[in-house]
Design a protein around this ligand. Structure first.
Ligand SMILES: [Zn+2]
Length: 159
């Protein structure tokens, strides 16, 4: 680690201990060139990305909550719980492999919709009606109309 005073690369750790609440390691380093000391903190990086709720609150991604939402949409539909688990796996992986550490809930909703779209049309529409905030009933109806006339489900139009 570079010394902030003289930019020498030769610093050594002279003391290392956990901080008070145990979430970080506090290290005292001494520069071998100028002798000055600095303190560094090492923290475990949060692995689980945070979800940004509508009201701006952040919370850890909740897989069970996602699954229960999808289950509700799939009620009485021929969708196995294994299919739902796999869907949740893919959404979770996407969240973890993405570069964003914070993802707004509507984005996750869009991912789920895309997945459901390939699984079951009715579940897709049910989920979409809850998670995609249709501006009004007309927008929702035109979405349905499109479904009926095209004979298949299309992803919602981008706004
Ligand atoms: Zn130095």
């Amino acid at each position: 680690m570079k010394c902030p005073f003289c930019a020498s690369m030769d610093t050594k750790v002279v003391d290392s201990r956990p901080d008070k609440d145990g979430t970080a390691i506090r290290r005292r380093r001494e520069c071998e060139s100028c002798g000055k000391r600095v303190t560094t903190y090492e923290r475990v990086e949060e692995l689980q990305p945070l979800v940004i709720k509508k009201d701006g609150r952040r919370e850890p991604f909740d897989r069970l909550k996602l699954i229960s939402g999808v289950q509700k949409a799939c009620e009485k539909r021929p969708v196995s719980s294994e299919t739902i688990q796999r869907l949740a796996d893919r959404v979770e992986t996407r969240l973890q492999e993405g570069s964003d550490r914070e993802v707004p809930t509507p984005i996750i909703g869009e991912w789920v919709m895309k997945e459901l779209h390939d699984v079951d049309e009715v579940a897709y529409v049910r989920f979409a009606s809850v998670y995609r905030s249709f501006k009004d009933i007309n927008e929702f109806m035109s979405e349905l109309q499109e479904l009926l006339t095209s004979g298949g489900v299309r992803p919602p139009r981008k706004r």
